[in-house]
Write a protein that binds this ligand. Sequence first.
Ligand SMILES: [Zn+2]
Length: 301
Amino acid sequence: MPLSDEQVDAFNVYQVVGNAMVDRPHTKLVCPKGNASPHVETGGALGLLVAYKHCLVCCSCDYTQKLVYEHMVQPQPAAEGSLDEPGYAEQLIFLKNHLQAFSDEADKGNHMGNHMMVKSLSARLSALADRFVVNGPKIEIMPAMLLIQIHNMADPGSSVRHIIRGFMAAENVRRERQHWMGALFEGNNGDLIFDNAVYEQTVWRGKQETYYKGVKEHFEKMQNSLGFVSHFQEMEDAPLLKQDSNTQPLFPIRELDEGVVRLKALQPQVKALLGMMSGGSLDSMLLSMERPQIAGELEAD
Ligand SMILES: [Zn+2]
C-alpha cells in the first residue's frame, strides 16, 4: 500500500475471477465479520473486500485492512487472445453477471465499495469484449439467422462454435441493447434457437424505452415552461399603481393571445397541475394522480 490504479483494478478483478497467470489457489479476501448482518453475498463471497489505493474495504460494512498479498495485485492475463478460445464466452457471461450484482447493490445506495467494483469489473469486461473488434474486413449486415445456422452446423466444442459464441457474448457486453440477443435460447443439445415471438416482444419493449425517453424530456420542458406561465400570471395580477385620470395610452392596447387568456382563466387548475408535476419526474406525477383514487377506494370500503 498504496496501490497503483492498475493494481487496484487487478485486485478487484482477482477477487471475483482469480488470476490464471498466478500459480496459487484462488482464495478471496473477505471481511472477518462477513457471516453477520448486514453482509451480502457479492462476487461469490459474503463481505468481499474491495481495493482502493490506500486500503481494502468491506463491500458491506466499514471494515478496512492494509494487508494485501503480492499475487493478488499481479496484472490479469492479457485481454487479447484467439477468437476461438474455449471458455471465452462463459468468462464474459460470468463476469457480466457479477458486475450486474455489484451494480444492483450500488443502485440500492449500498456501500460505496460496490461502485469501485463496478468500475474495475467494467474496465476488465470491456477490454475482454474488445477482442472481437477485429481488424480487417467485416460484414456489417450478416443476418442473425445465418450466424445461428452456421453455429448449429458446426460440431459441439469446435472452434467455429467458440468463435460465434465469443462474438455474441462480446456484442452483449459492447452493445447490449441489440434486440436479437433477447431472442436467443440454447437447447439442451447446445444448439442455438432463435425465437421470433420473443424477438418481436423485445422490439416492442425497446420502442417503449425509446419513446419513454422522449416523454420524459418533454415532461421536464413542459413543467419548466408552465412554471414560468404560472409565475408570470401572478406577476400580472400584482396591483397596479393608480393611473392619473388625466393620462391615456399613447398606442392602442394590444389584445392578449387568446390561448393565454384561456389558460389564465384556468389559473387554479394550472397551479394544481404544477403541484402534481412538482416531484420533477413523470413517475411522481403519475403516483400523485393515483393517490386520490386510492383514497377513494379506501373510503368506499
Ligand atoms: Zn464487513
